[in-house]
Design a protein around this ligand. Structure first.
Ligand SMILES: *Cc1c(COP(=O)(O)O)cnc(C)c1O
Ligand SMILES: [Zn+2]
Length: 448
């Protein structure tokens, strides 16, 4: 673990106002309690190397009427910044927003039955509807705005693809340079395409995500480069708003469960913090339980949970769900806190269960990328195991857009397994360019 890198602040008149605001932001180490202000880029405690939290002053009640008001002009359309009373107050002229958030909360009873719940009990929060197609944009607006506020010249991340796509877009919006490290193989086509198109400097390394992040942390410790991976506490502040917005859409009525895929565990960390804060300011009177779902081949947090949080062991990760192909999640201690605070649960699903759940979500006309489907696959498993009761309510988080990983879709529908198409495979039908051939297809479509 490494210490803070001090970034010089801009010295303009505006800069000194920025400095005043940033000096009031509090960042605290979750291990030793050391406090710093928000004037520098910090991703671990200078004393003990522990993970950091932004401390938002929550000394008064917040009501629904307090939201979306008195926002800086730059933040007016954002589904993140409307929760201003529950976020760190960055200088308005530094805010970089691309109208993120404002995503749909769908009800779907076919998928409720798939999950083993009664009709009306399941909703899906679709974070694939963010500007770059994943929830990463919610954290990125806060991370990149903080980077801009402190005068950073270059922002960087290690990524399985979605963080890099989001960073590249927000850095472009801010007029800043961006540097991303991705694994040389197994990055989904859509994600790599976005990152390149938005103009980031893309470095493919011969190693996995965990190696890329470790390498980048060495670089950012030694050079004046702003790190926006989810070890950055400002990013997690933005991701809290998934919970805020979902609960606002439900009239501040908490579901019994929230299920989400667990990779680097940034969302898990952010969600526990969000729920605790909403409870503290009186916006909810009952806490939902978090259920974190990991892929079987990338499940160090599930094993840690199963040991009663006694034994933690990183793994070499392997799964088709590349966004959660992470063997040593950086936010593990914060995620543990989230599970403890919300009386939550952690489980695993196989790649086959993930792909099956994804096909069900896709067929419902909703669609998502593979990692997202872990939340539905995991819910199905938890109702079967009796952890979740059929009459309980749940919100499943869909983290990314179906178009992120088109190869996963075509492989599922077009490739044989054991010489046979998968049950439910939907293949285009090639016919002669004649009306009679088309009539046969129409008849099959209506009756078959
Ligand atoms: C980043 C990501 C995840 C994993 O989220 P963590 O916060 O790292 O646990 C899951 N799904 C998608 C689509 C992602 O982009
Ligand atoms: Zn510390």
């Amino acid at each position: 673990m490494t210490g803070a890198v001090e970034t010089p602040l801009p010295s303009t008149a505006d800069g000194s106002r920025s400095r005043d605001l940033l000096a009031q932001v509090v960042v605290r180490c979750m291990e030793c309690g050391r406090r710093d202000d928000g004037t520098a880029s910090r991703t671990s405690c200078a004393n003990c190397g522990g993970l950091l939290d932004v401390v938002v002053p929550l000394d008064r009640q917040v009501t629904p009427d307090d939201l979306g008001k008195d926002l800086p002009e730059t933040a007016r359309h954002s589904g993140v910044w409307r929760y201003w009373p529950l976020l760190p107050h960055l200088p308005g002229d530094a805010i970089v927003s691309r109208w993120e958030g404002n995503t749909a909360l769908y009800r779907d009873d076919r998928l409720a039955r798939y999950a083993g719940l009664t009709d009306g009990s399941l909703q899906l929060k679709h974070e694939g509807q963010n500007p770059t197609g994943s929830f990463k944009d919610r954290g990125m607006t806060v991370g990149v705005s903080h980077a801009k506020a402190i005068g950073a010249r270059i922002v960087a991340c290690a990524s399985t693809g979605n963080t890099s796509a989001s960073l590249a877009s927000y850095a472009a919006a801010a007029g800043m340079a961006s540097l991303v490290l991705v694994p040389a193989t197994k990055i989904a086509t859509g994600k790599l395409a976005q990152t390149v198109a938005y103009g980031a400097t893309v470095v493919q390394i011969d190693g996995d995500f965990d190696r890329a992040l470790a390498l980048l942390r060495e670089l950012t410790a030694a050079y004046d480069v702003y790190l926006v991976n989810s070890v950055n506490p400002f990013r997690l502040e933005g991701q809290k708003t998934i919970i805020f917005e979902m609960l606002e859409q439900r009239g501040w009525e908490a579901p019994d469960w929230i299920t989400l895929p667990g990779g680097n565990l940034g969302n898990t960390a952010a969600f526990g913090k969000a729920i605790a804060e909403l409870h503290q300011v009186g916006l909810i009177d009952r806490m939902p339980r978090l259920a974190v779902i990991q892929a079987e081949g990338a499940a160090p947090f599930a094993a840690y949970h199963a040991s009663g949080f006694e034994e933690y062991e990183p793994v070499e990760a392997d799964t088709v769900a590349t966004a959660i192909k992470i063997g040593d999640p950086a936010s593990t201690p914060r995620a543990r806190r989230s599970i403890e605070v919300t009386n939550g649960w952690v489980t695993t699903v196989s790649d086959a269960e993930i792909l099956d759940a994804k096909a069900a979500i896709d067929r419902a006309g909703i669609g998502c990328e593979p990692a997202s489907a872990a939340s539905l696959a995991g819910l199905r498993r938890l109702t079967r195991e009796g952890v979740v009761r059929p009459d309980e309510s749940a919100v499943a988080l869909l983290t990314g857009n179906i178009l992120k990983d088109p190869d996963a879709v075509t492989a599922y529908h077009f490739d044989d397994i054991d010489g046979e198409p998968r049950p439910g495979a939907n293949r285009p039908i090639r016919v002669a360019a004649e009306l009679s051939a088309l009539e046969r297809v129409l008849s099959d479509a209506l009756h078959g």
